[in-house]
Design a protein around this ligand. Structure first.
Ligand code: CU
Length: 136
């Protein structure tokens, strides 16, 4: 019980530190950016746009991109999706299902065409319901 609590605290700290995603979790050379729509995300389906650039800033084509969404509480069923190439360097998940509100951790697992793999972590807060007035 105590160990579990400690592990939970450790995970929370990691998530806070890892928020920007750079240099924390097995990063790729270059950059990975994750966009979500709507912003802020709300429980339900959301569009994820993952942008991958190489070290020179050129879009990376032909990558395999998988996303696992989870939360740092017990009993959470992770959500998995495969992103589809939509434009050079841009990969999309059209309807990523945020199954509950709160702090989510997106693990973006990327395999480049040359076989290089990397993992990008993105944290975001998912609202339980849309902000007032947003549905008008
Ligand atoms: Cu949850």
């Amino acid at each position: 019980m105590t160990l579990r609590a400690l592990a939970g605290v450790g995970l929370t700290l990691l998530v806070l530190v890892g928020c920007r995603g750079d240099g924390v979790e097995d990063p790729l050379p270059g950059s990975v950016e994750v966009g979500v729509s709507p912003t802020p995300p709300v429980v339900g389906p959301a569009l994820l746009v993952i942008r991958i650039d190489d070290e020179a800033g050129s879009p990376v084509e032909g990558a395999e991109v998988d996303v696992e969404g989870t939360m740092n509480h017990a009993g959470m069923v992770p959500v998995h999706a495969t992103a589809e190439a939509a434009a050079p360097g841009e990969y999309r998940v059209e309807a990523f299902e945020f199954t509950m509100g709160g702090e989510w951790i997106l693990w973006v697992r990327i395999t480049l065409p040359d076989g290089t793999t990397g993992t990008h972590r993105e944290t975001l807060r998912v609202a339980s319901s849309p902000p007032p007035g947003s549905e008008r």
